[in-house]
Ligand binder design. Structure first.
Ligand SMILES: Nc1ncnc2c1ncn2[C@@H]1O[C@H](COP(=O)(O)OP(=O)(O)O)[C@@H](O)[C@H]1O
Ligand SMILES: [Mg+2]
Length: 438
């Protein structure tokens, strides 16, 4: 297909031919099924569709030229700053129908693999503690974005995507249309974002409760307050002062250890004298999320999310203790990757590889093995636990490699985790994970 005259694509890398071949001369609602990733679609302000592009999936949003350009720029800048957000592919303008009538410009982003819109998270698990984890992930995302100087303007659960992260969630920004990047944010800007978040989150939870998707003992307004508390606690921990006197240097180490535990590295800190005579104040100046992620990456080359990394580092420690307690950590990490991780992951049947990310599979298998050992009162080996883990646990998951845009309530109801063959048929090869499986 020859691209229509006047069509203009702005992209950062090379534009794949397939992107030009998409039917840009048709309004998104009229795109034929064979180019769309035929997943259930849901509500959003703009029209959003998923389409196949080579071996991957992209999200296309029809919007105004100004909004598409702005959001594309925001996402690019955020990406450069290392923010957790979807990756922009292109901004498409100059679209026109075959009759020459102009069509809406579009923003194209890469579909975030293994991400779940919040409504899909609630479809599977609606317990109060799950909700708390989701809210904590959202608060951490806000803190991370604010630290980078990003003012969101429209914080909400529907503008966020969630990925499983070893018993927790990792939140990613998906809608940056109202965002602004500043050298740093004023307290007023942060407070404004918090106000918006509180109202939106309470509203979204009330919606879910009306649909019967959340435990009855959840209080939507109280939960939105918990979001604020979680944000403030983290912000204070990451940016607040610790007072100490010069004989208490261990307080510096203690503070850094706590930040590491929260998943942050302290790149720079300030020490200055406090108002009280003789005391000093310590304040982290540059903090960088991904402490465990980086450590695992350096030791094994595995690129996983923060809590998954924390879990796998724990598994490496246990492996080292069992095999060579006085040996070198990096040798143990290498042996564990070669002798435990890779062989386990390679035994996952091909048809189940879109269920969960490999690191998430490992995390869940470790939990499963622990429960099995507990039940049987003996140490069950990983290889021994694997077959029943695959049959009893993994098969029960729906494919999470690709999941839908905010599905409407009726779609969620139909989505029994064990039965939706249409979606499984549609799954594309797991490109990101293929390196894992070998
Ligand atoms: N790159 C992407 N990966 C996964 N889901 C996406 C992506 N882009 C959009 N979506 C889905 O589409 C929904 C709507 O996108 P959003 O940018 O918030 O549109 P709107 O501006 O209309 O609110 C999101 O909540 C998300 O579920
Ligand atoms: Mg949105």
């Amino acid at each position: 297909m020859r691209p229509a005259a006047g069509l203009s694509l702005t992209a950062s890398g090379t534009i794949p031919q397939e992107l030009l071949d998409l039917p840009w001369h048709l309004p998104l609602v009229e795109w034929p099924d064979d180019v769309l990733a035929a997943l259930p679609r849901g509500i959003s302000r703009h029209i959003v569709r998923f389409a196949y592009l080579g071996g991957s999936v992209i999200a296309i949003k029809e919007t105004s030229e100004r909004a598409a350009r702005h959001e594309y720029r925001m996402l690019r800048q955020l990406g450069r700053l290392g923010a957790p957000c979807v990756k922009p592919v292109a901004e498409v303008t100059g679209r026109a129908g075959e009759d020459g009538q102009p069509l809406s410009p579009a923003l194209v982003t890469r579909h975030l693999r293994f991400s779940l819109p919040y409504r899909a998270v609630f479809n599977q698990m609606m317990r109060k503690d799950t909700l708390q984890r989701l809210i904590d992930a959202q608060a951490l995302l806000m803190v991370e974005l604010h630290l980078l100087g990003f003012y969101w303007g429209d914080v909400s659960l529907s503008n966020t995507l969630f990925r499983r992260d070893a018993g927790h969630f990792k939140a990613y920004l998906v809608d940056a249309e109202t965002g602004e990047i500043h050298p740093s944010l004023s307290a007023g800007q942060r407070e404004y974002d918090l106000d918006v978040a509180q109202v939106n989150i309470a509203g979204e939870l009330m919606d879910l409760m009306e649909g019967g998707f959340v435990d009855e003992d959840v209080d939507a307004v109280a939960t939105s307050h918990q979001f604020i508390d979680s944000y403030r606690g983290l912000w204070q921990e990451l940016t607040g002062d610790t007072t100490f006197n010069p004989d208490q240097r261990w307080l510096i180490e203690e503070r850094i250890r706590r930040l590491n535990e929260l998943g942050f590295d302290v790149e720079e800190y300030d020490i200055r004298s406090a108002r009280e005579e003789g005391n000093l104040l310590l304040r982290p100046k540059v903090v960088d999320p991904g402490h465990h992620h980086r450590r695992l990456m350096a030791l094994t080359g595995l690129d996983v999310q923060e809590n998954q990394a924390r879990r796998l580092l724990g598994a490496i420690d246990a492996y080292r203790a069992a095999t060579d307690p006085h040996g070198d950590e990096s040798v143990a990490a290498h042996m564990w990757t070669q002798n435990v991780f890779q062989p386990t992951i390679s035994k996952i049947p091909r048809d189940l590889r879109d269920k969960l990310e490999p690191a998430e599979i490992m995390h869940q298998l470790l939990d499963y093995r622990w429960q099995l050992s507990d039940r049987q009162g003996r140490d069950v080996q990983l290889e021994e636990a694997l077959p029943s883990f695959i049959d009893e646990e993994l098969r029960g998951y729906r494919d999470e490699a690709i999941l839908m845009v905010n599905p409407p309530t009726d779609v969620i109801r139909q989505l029994d985790p064990s039965a939706h063959p249409a979606e499984q048929e549609e799954s594309v090869p797991d490109q990101d994970a293929s390196a894992w499986y070998g």
